[in-house]
Design a protein around this ligand. Structure first.
Ligand SMILES: O=P(O)(O)O[C@H]1O[C@H](CO)[C@@H](O)[C@H]1O
Ligand SMILES: Nc1nc2[nH]cnc2c(=O)[nH]1
Length: 296
């Protein structure tokens, strides 16, 4: 398969970006991705302009409950933003390059900073359901098997062939999250840890959860990492945060069962706090620090 067939080529992303630039006056510098059950964040945007994914050229469709499937442009705390109300996942059957196409489109729109949220299972035994986890690093399990969104020919117009990932999650943005959480009285439930991505859609077995925990994972999910890899490749700053929506089951005597209803329910309960935290962070983003952080 050629790169253009699987998605994410420069030409394809350029077409999508040009179409969006023609249909909106907003010139976003901040991109936001809403995780499962966390779409309400997009409702905070002022003067919203909404595009359904099915109307945007080259965009895949969103098929998961809790992912509205639309792109919202607008202003959040005075900053021009574009917000994905719903993301794409490997298990929906899209090629990995299609899942991450919006990151490249955002880059072409002028986005400098990406803020991503997700719902995840807590592997760390100190975490409670409802905690927020600032992602400080990731373990890319599909990547170990060669499933990486940067596989295939590299396009130097986006970034280098071998991008560094040791600085994937921006240190200043992580500190900003802790500072803001402190001011909001959220510090008790703001953790920081390592996110493990799996392909899904089946949740993990007990043995898999135990293994991931031993490997250093604090939370497990099915998203975000592919987006971060493509966003970093293109030189955008990245911040990502998990809502611990359920506990990963590690005990053979446990009666707990991971399920998507619980994930959405926790999202509902914590949505307001997530909105306040993320929007306050956006307000504090220093425009001068919104420079390209390319790793070429
Ligand atoms: O990562 P987000 O999109 O928040 O969704 C998470 O929630 C779903 C499972 O309930 C999976 O898609 C998992 O990745
Ligand atoms: N893989 C995975 N994804 C999730 N998303 C929300 N909770 C979970 C979980 O327990 N496991």
């Amino acid at each position: 398969m050629s790169e253009s067939t699987i998605g994410g080529s420069y030409e394809e992303c350029r077409t999508t970006a040009d179409w969006l630039l023609k249909h909106t006056q907003v010139r976003p510098i901040v991109g936001i991705v809403c995780g499962s059950g966390l779409s309400a964040l997009a409702d905070m945007l002022k003067d919203p302009q909404v595009f359904k994914y099915c109307d945007i050229p080259n965009f895949p469709r969103s098929t998961v409950r809790g992912h509205a499937g639309q792109l919202v442009f607008g202003t959040l705390k005075g900053k021009s933003c574009v917000c994905m109300q719903g993301r794409f996942h490997l298990y929906e059957g899209h090629p990995i390059q299609k899942i991450t196409l919006p990151m490249r489109v955002f880059k072409l729109l002028g986005v400098k900073t990406m803020l991503m949220t997700n719902a995840a299972g807590g592997l760390n035994q100190d975490y409670k359901v409802g905690d927020f986890m600032v992602i400080k690093d990731h373990i890319n399990m599909p990547g170990f098997a060669g499933v990486n969104p940067l596989s295939g020919p590299n396009d130097d117009r986006f970034g280098v062939r071998f991008p560094c990932m040791s600085d994937a999650y921006d240190r200043e943005l992580r500190q900003l999250a802790h500072d803001v959480a402190g001011e909001l009285g959220f510090s008790d439930f703001l953790k920081e840890g390592v996110y493990c991505v799996l392909g899904g859609p089946s949740f993990e077995t007990i043995a898999e959860c135990r293994m991931l925990h031993r490997l250093g994972g604090d939370a497990v999910g099915m998203s975000t990492v592919h987006e971060v890899i493509v966003a970093r490749h293109a030189g955008m700053r990245c911040f990502a945060m998990s809502l611990i929506s359920n506990r990963a089951v590690m005990d053979y005597d446990s009666r707990e069962r991971a399920n998507h209803d619980e994930v959405l329910e926790t999202g509902n309960q914590r949505a307001k706090q997530m909105e306040v935290l993320v929007s306050t962070m956006v307000a504090r983003l220093d425009d001068n620090e919104n420079n390209d952080k390319n790793n070429s």
